[in-house]
Ligand binder design. Structure first.
Ligand code: NAP
Length: 310
């Protein structure tokens, strides 16, 4: 029979009738990404390139699963002989409560972006934090431990993983900003023990959660090197920038976890201010490579994955 490469987007209804929905697909889909929205995700093209490069005879599919459908969708992975899945917006935090076991990275972040099926158990991991660390190194040739970092969207699944990574790296300073301030404050309390060390800096506190308003941001940004957008703002070209150009300065490094469109509103603001900027492609690549290693316990073919994203 002629092989059929998947380009389709599947739904919960398809998972419920999987034998029928995937009847003509060859090789079988045994990996995928769950999200809403998910049409924009480049994970399928990147992971299918990795599977091809390693001659692993299966495919990685795209699943449009809404927030209220995750609880119904996850158990199908056990029955349908999946290797695992990635989770994207809005599932990372909700999934943490729906898995059987979490590894250290997922426990720390309280969020899961990769699940592996082992003995029919859902094992959760989080590769966003480490993927972010590698991306910052690749994009700006600096290490997190040398940076003062401000994260917008620190209360989301991705923001929490990034914040933990910054704390583990003992970054110089960490400022947490979130639309719902209480989530950033709660995260700051959990991270506080990691900032108790004797690093001597200026008068600015090493760890703070601050409201998302212009006055608070302006005060913080004078003592910050790296600004991270961990919200979905920028996925639509009409989205406003999370931080306006007038608050940015040429010394800032601006990192947007959003990778489509290539030049987000935040990166346009960085350009306007003369600041260096990078989008989320590099993080996508590294968190994807780490997910591949989590599923298959082997190094990922990173150059094949990078090439698939170009
Ligand atoms: P999430 O768990 O749903 O969190 C969303 C975060 O953004 C929350 O902090 C939320 O604030 C905030 N937010 C949402 N809409 C907002 C708005 N209109 N204005 C201000 N804040 C808003 O989502 P996630 O899974 O972390 O994903 C966030 C983004 O990261 C997505 O665009 C995803 O594609 C991207 N991402 C990229 C990579 C990569 O490899 N490049 C990896 C992971 C994620 P509240 O707490 O107030 O709701």
């Amino acid at each position: 029979m002629k092989k059929k490469r998947t380009t389709e987007r599947y739904t919960l209804a398809d998972l419920e009738n999987w034998r029928e929905a995937a009847r003509a697909v060859d090789p079988l889909i045994r990996l995928g990404v769950f999200g809403d929205p998910v049409a924009h995700s480049l994970s399928p093209q990147m992971q299918n390139a990795a599977l091809g490069a390693c001659e692993i005879d299966m495919q990685y599919g795209r699943f449009h699963i809404r927030a209220n459908e995750l609880r119904s969708a996850l158990p199908f992975l056990r029955e349908l002989d999946f290797i695992g899945v990635n989770l994207t917006v809005p599932h990372k935090i909700a999934a943490f409560a729906q898995i059987d076991e979490a590894d250290e990275s997922a426990n720390r972040a309280g969020a899961v972006n990769a699940i592996s099926l082992r003995d029919k158990k859902l094992i959760g991991s989080n590769t966003d934090g480490e993927g972010f660390l590698r991306a910052i190194r690749a994009e700006f040739s600096v290490d997190l431990r040398d940076l003062r970092v401000l994260i917008v969207g620190a209360g989301g699944g991705t923001g929490q993983a990034i914040a933990w990574q910054c704390a583990l790296e003992n970054c110089e300073r960490l400022v947490l900003v979130n639309r719902t301030l209480e989530k950033a404050q709660a995260l700051a309390e959990r991270l506080r023990p990691l900032f108790a060390g004797p690093r001597v800096l200026g008068p600015a506190a090493r760890l703070e959660a601050v409201p998302w308003d212009e006055a608070a941001l302006r005060a913080q940004l004078a003592d910050v090197d790296l600004i991270v957008n961990a919200t979905p703002l920028g996925m639509n070209s009409s989205d406003p920038t999370p931080i306006p150009a007038r608050l940015l300065a040429p010394h800032h490094m601006v990192f947007d976890v959003v990778y489509g469109p290539t030049k987000t509103s935040f990166l346009r603001a960085a350009d306007e201010a003369g600041a260096r900027g990078a989008n989320g492609f590099s993080m996508l690549l590294h968190q994807g490579a780490l997910s591949f290693s989590f599923w298959f316990d082997r190094d990922a073919p990173i150059e094949a994955m990078r090439k698939a994203l170009l």
